[in-house]
Design a protein around this ligand. Structure first.
Ligand code: CO
Length: 212
């Protein structure tokens, strides 16, 4: 791909937007009111807006390797706090994907240098669900299940935070776990039962004793 084509594409995109609505960019510049925060993988094949068919302004987006919500990552925590406490999103989505290179790397016995502490988060997910994962004989299926469990644990990480617990109490903020199936293009809702998970971890992670 020729990098200069990016600017030609941009000109075409501007034209197409203005053809539909001459005020398009004035409206875009006036502010953002996204309904949800999307946390996904940096993988070039998993383009948040494109696969959901959404437009600029509709989702606040954070992407990193293997869609991790790490407690001490200032980046994801800043995005989360801004989206929940200032933009007041009503939904947070963690979207993983099958064939995730980050998850695959975390299944290998290999020193990945600077990536080690990041991928360790996924190894910890494996340890938490060790029995279930090791019972799966087919390696491909085990890999897919780890992708799903990683999404689930990142959703749990979200509900451990003060911002999410507060918004949950205030306005019923919802957390969703999805997986993008790269083989078919389908977006799969893992239908994680967060009320159940929240109840089971409340004793340990609750930051607002009055949340019931
Ligand atoms: Co990935």
């Amino acid at each position: 791909m020729d990098i200069s084509s990016v600017f030609k594409n941009n000109e075409k995109w501007i034209e197409s937007k203005l053809a539909l609505d001459p005020q398009y960019f004035d409206k875009l510049a006036s502010g953002q009111y996204p309904e949800f925060l999307y946390i996904g993988c940096s993988d070039s094949r998993v383009t948040a807006e494109d696969l959901m068919g959404i437009q600029p302004g509709e989702a606040f987006v954070h992407r990193n390797i293997a869609n991790l919500v790490n407690n001490v990552d200032l980046n994801v925590m800043s995005v989360l706090n801004y989206a929940v406490r200032h933009l007041k999103v009503n939904h947070i989505v963690v979207c993983g994907h099958y064939n995730c290179g980050g998850v695959k790397a975390a299944m290998q016995p290999a020193d990945m240098g600077i990536l080690n502490p990041w991928l360790r988060n996924i190894r910890d997910v494996y340890r938490l669900h060790h029995d279930e994962l090791n019972a799966i004989q087919d390696e491909e299926k085990r890999y897919e299940r780890l992708v799903e469990l990683n999404v689930q644990e990142q959703c749990v990480n979200l509900i451990k935070t003060a911002a999410v617990q507060e918004a949950f109490k205030e306005r019923g903020l919802k957390v969703h776990g999805w997986v993008f199936d790269i083989h078919t293009g389908k977006l799969i809702d893992l239908k994680i039962d967060f009320d159940k998970i929240l109840k089971s971890i409340r004793e340990i992670y609750n930051l607002y004793p009055e949340v019931e």
